[in-house]
Design a protein around this ligand. Structure first.
Ligand code: KIV
Length: 265
């Protein structure tokens, strides 16, 4: 794989070429995903649940993110690598700068932060200091204790307008990529069309520029509750490599996600 950059993602958006991405937390899976030409990997703070067994992402620390980012980078030297800044690691500009530097020096190409228009100053601050930022709006799991659970966001017209406004404000502040989680398919389409930067969806329907899934969901080792937007690609393929290849193919040809994996407004 030749090194993937944000330039590639922007070009794919212009060409209408869909791309698949996955979370990764260790060397072996990162290498397997890179061998299947998955261009974008995320060291997600979902590792608090998938790797550590917590019931939310809240306990995850910057040390955890640095540790996993180092190992994923070794397995996948050429992917565009995003790393989450975890819960309360960016409440001030200085803390955001300090913690972003730590994950970038561990191997990330970009940091991801969760929240709306109130993050505009943080995005401007990081971008001016050479840290590219991916935003994350809709269902933002770090806010689970504010939401009181993991519910679909943006269902009313007022909430939809708010999310669209958040996306536009963050793009104007310098955000270069956006993750949109668990919003109605029509809203995801509106936001994807309104932004010139690439938008990656999870539980946001088929109209976003890219898709992301938590790797455990793709290979069917999610414990307990399986989200509506997840699909076990291993069930039909019989090997992890083939499951990942099929996920990638189905995203590229628009057959994943189906309506059954999406939410209505
Ligand atoms: O932490 C994570 O894995 C994420 C994805 C669900 C997008 O943020």
């Amino acid at each position: 794989m030749t090194p993937i950059t944000l330039k590639n993602l922007r070009q794919w958006k212009l060409e209408g070429k869909k791309f698949a991405s996955l979370t990764a937390y260790d060397y072996s899976f990162a290498r397997l995903f890179a061998e299947q030409d998955i261009p974008v990997l995320l060291v997600g703070d979902s590792l608090g649940m998938t790797m550590q067994g917590h019931d939310s992402t809240v306990p995850v620390t910057v040390d955890d993110m640095v540790y996993h980012t180092r190992h994923v980078r070794r397995g996948a030297p050429n992917v565009l690598l995003l790393t989450d800044l975890p819960f309360m690691s960016y409440p001030t500009l200085e803390q955001a700068g300090h913690n972003a530097a730590r994950v970038m020096q561990a191997g990330a190409n970009m940091v991801k932060i969760e929240g709306g228009a109130w993050l505009a100053d943080t995005i401007r601050y990081l971008t001016e200091r050479a840290v590219p930022v991916c935003g994350h709006i809709g269902l933002t799991p770090q806010s689970v204790n504010i939401f009181g659970g993991y519910q679909v966001q943006g269902k009313t017209e007022a909430q939809a307008e708010q999310l669209l406004n958040d996306a536009l404000t963050l793009e104007a502040a310098g955000m270069q990529l956006l993750v949109l989680e668990c919003v109605p398919i029509s809203l995801a389409k509106r936001i994807t069309e309104a932004l010139s930067i690439p938008v990656i969806g999870i539980g946001a329907g088929a109209h976003t520029d890219g898709q992301i899934l938590v790797m455990q969901d793709v290979i069917g080792i999610t414990s307990g509750y399986v989200p509506k937007f997840a699909k076990n690609f291993l069930a039909d393929t019989g090997s992890i490599a083939l499951a990942v290849a099929q996920y990638q193919r189905h995203v590229q040809d628009g057959t994943f996600p189906e309506l059954a994996h999406s939410f209505k407004g």
